[in-house]
Design a protein around this ligand. Sequence first.
Ligand SMILES: [Zn+2]
Length: 160
Amino acid sequence: MTEQQVRRSFVNCSKGEANSATLPRDLADLPWGELEVLGWRDPKAPLRGYLVVQREGRPVGVALRAADTRMSARRTVMCLLCQSTHSGDAVSLCTARRAGEAGRNGNTVGTYVCADLGCAARARSEIPPWLRERDPAEVGEERAAELRGQVETFLDAVLR
Ligand SMILES: [Zn+2]
């Protein structure tokens, strides 16, 4: 996928915002076949983040804004996309402006997500303790499929 394809894929931000996004450097080499969702935080705009998924062969991107308040590190919080649990400071409440007129009217959708948006790698690599007796590859596939489902649901809410 090219940089231009990714910039054009954003459904909920202006062209200017899409053009100012800092994109991952290794876009051309990403293993899209096993990447349910590409997520990253903008190194130049600390509260901004992005999710890009392949939908029907085309990328669909969502720009996110992380809450500027952090949750307590003493709390355990689950990422609602990949369902990994973290200390509260490693999870962010991220909101996405809704696409189109709803978004222009200030409508947003929010969810709790891994603060680094690294859900795709985590779904396959971080197997919760209660699933460790099972085949890790199989569990990884299941978690990846669940992540995909959660991301689709979130996307639908942004696009609705
Ligand atoms: Zn996550």
